[in-house]
Design a binder for this molecule. Sequence first.
Ligand code: ARG
Length: 609
Amino acid sequence: MTINIQTSITQALQKGFGAVLETPWESIDPVLKKSQNQEHGDFQANGAMGLGKRNGQNPRELAEKVIEHTDFDGLVESSEVAGPGFINIRLTNDAIVMQLEAMSGECLGVTPDAGTHPVAIDLCGVNVAKQLHVGHLRATIIGDTLARLFERLGRKVYRENHLGDWGLPIAMVLERLISSGVDLDLLSLHDLNIAYKDSQLEARDDFSGVRAAENLQSGPHRFAELEEQNTGALESQTKAKAVLNALQRGDESLHLQWEKLIDCTMRSVFASMDLLHVKIGPEHSRGESFYRDLLGSVVQEFKDSNLAVEDNGAMVVRFKNRERPMLIQKSDGGYLYATTDLAAMKFRTQTLCADTVIYVVDARQRDHFKDLFDAAKLIGWDKTPDGEPIEFVHIPFGSVLGEDKKPLKTRSGSSVTLQSLLEEAIEKGTAEVIKRAEDPKSPTHTMSKEELATIGRQIGIGAIKYADLSSDLVRDYVFDMDRMVAFEGNTGPYIQYASARISSLLRKGGGVTGVAPFILQEPQERLLALQLLQYNNVLHDTVKHLEPHRLCTWLFELTETFSSFYQSCPVLKNEDPKIVSSRLRLADVTGRIIMDGLQVLGIEAPEQM
Ligand code: ARG
């Protein structure tokens, strides 16, 4: 187990401050940061300012005393007070080399997360009979990356694709397909889409259910759900309801037809998931239908605990701090999206025993998840069966916007399908790779068309994923394909390119010899080494905040640090073989960390580009 250098220095300073201020050291924050200017040292601690003020001491004098009372255990070459009370710290070369040596092994110094229970991540959430659109793209990419991150830190993860595969909208499509005589064995997603649209068009408005939701002040998402459910010409709705009833009663032949409809959608969904290099398959798909037999008992459980009460014939859960109740059963006895989510929550916390339940679902469902989490707390599903407190998190990601700052649409005004978006990205990536391969000096010059196409796909998909993950999740972002696919700037291809160049450097240098010692003479070598030492912290920090952009930003900085190292410290041209070996090792650790980081982000790293 590697102890991080920054952690050791922080702890030494905490104890120093504790001794001088005569207070328990554990809660003291010495505010240790990487130095902005290497001439001042490697780290700077700024805690003396705030702590001095709070304890009525001159910060400079406090800082001086702290240095006297701090035992850095041989890690530090010099520590000095500067300005109003900054503590500048320079590490010894030996300390850095020792740490680097310890982290250069296979696991790259990554320590496991402390959590002992599984993590459940609700991601993707497609709806049967509908095309995947860009909103599902985000729920898929972000969810898969968080899953990879937890897995990298040793946690067991359940990827939960809570697909919309049950309820009236599906029954409407099914009814439509059956009555128009479509052969369900030859069903294509295109047929499904048409049936879906037709079933919606056929509908005339019947707003009784919507009005009920209005009276209950339901949130926007629930309102939309009811609107959809209650919209419909009486005739088609009656037929669809009959189909739903038969399905719910377990009618076998109808059930088989329903399965065909699901299969057709999921074949295309899984093809997109594969293309996206995302780990979501049939084994991760527990859709709404999975919970259908549990809904009655969930409502009963809330009734038995007096948490659900009747309101105009419907069952609702009320909360102390707001008017909006959570509707869990309609007056006609039907269940809702929220009821299914309660059943899923019980399953995840009480059966799967997850102590962290994360929902990667767009911001419009904020109210829904607030209600869900509060209801789960009321009924006691905020502890696992073995008593572990559970954390519920909704990641309310923002929308993907077009250049006009409005939700992304095609030129004809329809919403953009995921498939068309991915195809365009792959086309752009491939064009770029082919252009570069024309240069006789390029390592890809001799490659076949197929090989170039594979790299083009990895770049195009990597570009989309990186652009999505590197922005602040809750903010909307403007989709700009050209910028995403660029080889310069904070983009996926830029980082992939850096990784490919390091691989090629290592090939040219004949690989690394594990025994050659690290030599850190030049400032750029030292800077690179110090940054490499942060990797473990960055992963833990990213998982703690559930913000993949932290890892993206850091990987981008690492590639930049590596480039300036590479510019000022020639690797293969150096005359001293010891230095060549040391620099090759630095390149090797950098390359492996970039690849590992990209893998956590779900982005492939081509060997050559
Ligand atoms: N199918 C839903 C939609 O498209 C998303 C599902 C999100 N997950 C959940 N447990 N509610 O709106």
